[in-house]
Design a protein around this ligand. Structure first.
Ligand code: NAP
Length: 420
């Protein structure tokens, strides 16, 4: 094929040929706002790589809530910290190694990979003894850095690469890294989940939740899946949840400027929920609460955790200023654990469970490259279940945009996951 300065989306250049320019979905400072308008298709230069970096030809790009935050420029505008006037978001990718830096020995041009999204300096004591997540320069690629995955090429640190599970399509492979590896660290390393634990999982059919539920199943814990519709409950069940709760049946959400009567009502509703959980579990309270909703659910999470129980939290979709009655925490000696993404070791161990078919991605919808803004808008409006991915190089793989039937998914789970 003739070498060109730029290729159409889905048109693969000759292996290893780096064109001058690429198609990208770009956020600009002057149009920050809802994803539908903030994200626009532009042509950008292909980024140069450093000695420890790799240029990846993006086949599929996963959609995450951080793309919504990046588009809105809230709670912080990413361009303020990068100092650039553009932002290419995207913290999940599957793709092909296209060019490697001079120090890169573990990967070669042509390798098929998925990308984990933690970047760190690699040189400090924290990176070399404690945990790269503790590095002062730790950043989430594609959120706190430019050159994320919503483009034909992305620039990553070599340590971010993991082998692509061979049995997965490019789109499935693009969909799971950020949320799955985050859920893995939260439950396995931070909360130290054990067989037999009862784990309350908020948003159990969402990006984090679908993996939290599966990890509970794999590790012999019991997921109590909280969702907001019967279809979502069905999905959570098919992924291995032991019990499901429709949050719409309770009125426990923490609201702004509550009156004393409203607070009393909320606490009564939380206790009613606790009673329902104990009826499910045979009288047991929850050992671990898997939190990422934040303001609206956090007081409930603190109250529902058992004595000495743990609340592990990585996000705050409904607001990040949390308030709760701290007596519910100290009197029963509960622990709140902050958690953020995962390190390369955790990502590798979690990826192995995908390679072995013990944990599977659930791709709800696939979108064409130019529909990247719409995909984020759908996520912002909570219209999805599971994960969504964008076809970049894998445009040919783009099949139906219709959500898969949960029942069909269950069948494929049975084929892939003999241990379940
Ligand atoms: N720090 C990290 O490393 C990290 C990593 C991944 C994600 N996050 C953050 O975690 C959050 C969730 O991410 P995600 O990918 O799982 O998002 P998601 O796919 O949108 O799923 C979130 C789920 O939360 C539930 N939910 C939304 N609003 C709620 C409310 N007011 N009360 C109760 N449940 C509510 C929804 O399920 P139902 O409507 O069915 O209840 C939804 O499916 C985001 O804020 C994201 O930025 C942080």
């Amino acid at each position: 094929m003739r070498e060109k300065a730029i290729y159409d989306v889905g048109e693969m250049p000759p292996l290893g040929h780096v064109p001058k320019a690429m198609h990208a979905i770009v956020i600009r400072k002057d149009r920050e706002g809802e994803p539908q308008t903030a994200m626009q298709h532009e042509q950008m230069p292909v980024p140069a790589i450093g000695p420890n970096e790799v240029l990846v030809y993006v086949m599929g790009a996963g959609v995450n809530f951080n793309g919504v935050w990046a588009a809105r420029g809230k709670p912080v505008s990413i361009m303020k910290s990068t100092g650039d006037d553009f932002h290419i978001a995207g913290s999940d990718a599957s793709g092909i190694v296209w060019k490697v830096g001079s120090n890169v020995k573990r990967w070669k041009v042509g390798d098929e990979v998925v990308v984990h999204c933690n970047q760190s300096c690699g040189q400090c004591p924290e990176c070399n003894g404690l945990d790269p997540m503790a590095c002062a320069e730790q950043k989430i690629w594609g959120y706190e850095t430019n050159w994320g995955s919503f483009a034909q090429f992305t620039k990553v640190q070599a340590q971010q690469l993991l082998p692509k599970p061979r049995h997965l399509s490019w789109m499935d492979a693009a969909s799971y890294g950020l949320t799955y590896f985050t859920a893995y660290r939260m439950l396995v390393d931070q909360a130290e989940m054990k067989a037999g634990d009862n784990v309350l999982v908020w948003g159990a059919s969402g990006g984090l939740g679908i993996f939290a539920v599966q990890l509970c199943k794999v590790m012999g814990a019991n997921a109590i899946a909280v969702v907001s519709s019967p279809a979502k409950a069905e999905l959570a069940k098919s992924l291995g949840a032991k019990w499901t709760i429709n949050r719409k049946d309770y009125d426990f959400a923490r609201r702004e400027n509550e009156t004393p009567e409203q607070t009393k009502h909320r606490l009564a509703e939380t206790r009613r929920l606790g009673k329902a959980i104990r009826e499910m579990t045979g009288g047991k309270d929850v050992d671990i609460v898997f939190e990422h909703v934040g303001r609206e659910t956090f007081p409930t999470s603190v109250l529902l955790a058992k004595r000495f129980g743990k609340i592990v939290i990585c996000g705050a979709t409904s607001g990040y200023h949390l308030d709760f009655d701290v007596r519910h925490l100290w009197m029963r000696q509960k622990q709140i654990l902050g958690s953020h993404f995962a390190n390369a070791y955790e990502a590798t161990r979690a990826n192995q469970l995908i390679i072995e078919g013990k944990v599977v991605p659930y791709l709800d919808a696939t979108y064409a490259f130019d529909d990247t803004p719409r995909a984020h808008q759908d996520m912002a409006e909570n219209k999805h279940m599971g994960k969504m991915a964008i076809a970049v190089g894998a445009a040919a793989e783009l099949h139906a945009e219709e959500p898969e039937e949960a029942a069909g998914y269950e069948e494929s789970m049975q084929e892939n996951v003999p241990a379940f």
